[in-house]
Design a protein around this ligand. Sequence first.
Ligand SMILES: Nc1nc2c(ncn2[C@@H]2O[C@H](COP(=O)(O)OP(=O)(O)OP(=O)(O)O)[C@@H](O)[C@H]2O)c(=O)[nH]1
Ligand SMILES: [Mg+2]
Length: 451
Amino acid sequence: MDEKDTIVASATPLIPSAVGIIRLSGEDALQIGKRLFSLPEKVEERKAYFGRIRDREGKTIDEGLFIYFKAPRSFTGEDVVEIYPHGSVPVMKRIIGEAVHFGARLAEPGEFTKRAFLKGKIDLTQAEAIADLIEAKTEKASRVALNLLQGRLSEKVNRLRNSLLELISLIEAEINFPEDIEEIDFEEIKKVLKGVVEQIGELLKTYKKGQLIREGIKLAIVGRPNVGKSSLFNALLGYERAIVSEVRGTTRDFIEESLNIGGIPVKLLDTAGIRETEDKIEKLGIEKALEKVEEADVVLFVFDASEGLTEEDLKIYEKVKDKSPIVIGNKSDLLDKSEKKYYFKDVKDVILVSSKTLENLDQLEEKILHKLNLLEDSDTDVYINLRHYGSFKKAKETLEKVLKNIGDYRDRKEILMLEISEAEKALEEITGEITTEDVLGNIFGRFCIGK
Ligand SMILES: Nc1nc2c(ncn2[C@@H]2O[C@H](COP(=O)(O)OP(=O)(O)OP(=O)(O)O)[C@@H](O)[C@H]2O)c(=O)[nH]1
Ligand SMILES: [Mg+2]
């Protein structure tokens, strides 16, 4: 990728729509824009012009709007031109083709954002946040991405870095001017390092939850035949997706559908009822059901509360016990609650629901979120991703090593300084103060073209 080229791409998907956006970024953006669009001699920045979009022969392709964002006051920090034709696929393609004819190059995925990063308009956590925001499947995921985009993680990282940098300069001063400077208080160093380690620990804890919010959770419904798994599946989905019948063994293959529970993207799986059977196809379905249990973040184990617990239920429960499933007594509408039939062995918090009347389904959803610790959060929460996790972990481990042997550094202050710098550098990787082509390739390769 040559950073000097002027790049062009559609910023909107190429599907028929009212308006499309074509974006150019780079030194020649305005000059190319002028050839594409009928404009006055002097083009003002950040002003919308209405006019004709023309091809190389001056023939009109479409009419639309034109805006010029002069460097550095643009998304990429370079000269940017945006043209808004009608969102017609052939029109958009033709304009892009003409822009290339006039000297632009087709942008690679994420290249606009990469340029914004390289020009210092955004840091790496913010660039990642743009991809997260675009890909967000729920409102909650978009809110979490927005927090990163607004620099909430960068602020935290920079605060931690500053604490370390202050220590480094203090130690350095003492090394260089031992006569003029008071001897460093090692207790103070310990205190600062401990504080940093603690805060990094808190951030590390946010990784798992962040992953669930971004990527979603997998729920598998299991149980013996006819307890109402498919009915529960449909009830949670809100429509009749799976076949329900009083015949045991109705569901043969697993069914997977997406929904959203409390802002978390969910993949919900209905599986074949588990039982001893000679039926070849049903057997295969049962094997698959057990595989799905392994993959699930939460297992919903269903039994028929109106019949009470059976030997068959217990056998299946033994198979899935390790996943600490949520135990659901279904068909509560048929239950005489005074009979306490829904007592389930050693499981204390059986939840009674009715897939027919939808009784208690809200509580079930809440229980699922609670189980994954997804209930409590605030609008400003920051959740780190895997890349941040790696760097934070490296910083934390380095500092913990220093803390463990802090006494040994009294006569080796240079080493102490180096070790603290190493941790500080790990933190720099997060915001992208230090990067490699590999890291950039990974991050920007995730983007769609035009972003
Ligand atoms: N009254 C009542 N009936 C229910 C409820 N849930 C399911 N049923 C009935 O129970 C029967 C079995 O329901 P399904 O959802 O097909 O059961 P399943 O567990 O998916 O069964 P398999 O696919 O065979 O393993 C059907 O006749 C449903 O109408 C409920 O909450 N209340
Ligand atoms: Mg079923």
